[in-house]
Design a protein around this ligand. Structure first.
Ligand SMILES: Cc1cc2nc3c(=O)[nH]c(=O)nc-3n(C[C@H](O)[C@H](O)[C@H](O)COP(=O)(O)O)c2cc1C
Length: 178
């Protein structure tokens, strides 16, 4: 079945979230799926309404703070028309430097978008991470709402995590589309 393309939309302060976005896009291309990539800074958020599936990337800054370009959108996110969309989140953070706030902004983004009624895929196990607390956790501390990437402390694990996550998204998306 022909499916609409996917959009990957990210915010970033020091480019790590963009670099991970490129890796995600490349992995999808390897599976024969095209993904269009946008920096939220240069993009009207209503573009999200034009895609069936959205992959949204956000880093956490300043002790649980929200990346500035995403934060500027704030409450407007909840009023987007995304009820029939599939959304996957990924978050960048530093689990040793900021273990009480690890990838918190990904949790914030989830909280903002949940009222739209969108379907979220791409939950990710917290196994292999060491942190005290995260706003991005669901099911207690067992699962993140999306992929957590730590380029500061576990960059050597990133490629494998991204590869596995994209395969997971590909499978979950097929189920959603069926
Ligand atoms: C001053 C400062 C504060 C940070 N605060 C947090 C934080 O509260 N939680 C977290 O998980 N990571 C935190 N980080 C780590 C960043 O999220 C991480 O470096 C990320 O890769 C940056 O992504 P970006 O390059 O896309 O902006 C912080 C980093 C710095 C330098």
């Amino acid at each position: 079945m022909e499916q609409s393309p996917i959009a990957l939309i990210y915010g970033t302060d020091t480019n790590n979230t963009e670099e991970i976005g490129k890796k995600i896009v490349t992995q999808f291309e390897d599976l024969g799926v095209s993904v269009e990539m946008f920096n939220i800074k240069d993009t009207d958020p209503s573009i999200m309404e034009q895609y069936d599936m959205l992959i949204l990337g956000i880093p956490t800054w300043d002790f649980g703070g929200i990346q500035a370009d995403w934060e500027d959108l704030g409450d407007n996110l909840g009023s987007l028309n995304l009820a029939n969309k599939t959304i996957a989140l990924y978050g960048l953070g530093d689990q040793f430097g900021y273990g009480d706030y690890f990838v918190d902004a990904m949790g914030w983004l989830y909280e903002k978008l949940k009222p739209t009624g969108a379907t979220f895929i791409g939950e990710w196990s917290t196994e292999g991470y060491e942190f005290e607390a995260s706003r991005a956790c669901i099911n207690g501390k067992e699962t993140f709402i999306g992929l957590a990437v730590d380029e500061d402390q576990q960059f050597e694990l990133t490629d494998e995590r991204v590869e596995q996550w994209v395969i997971q998204l590909y499978a979950e998306r097929s189920v959603e589309a069926a």
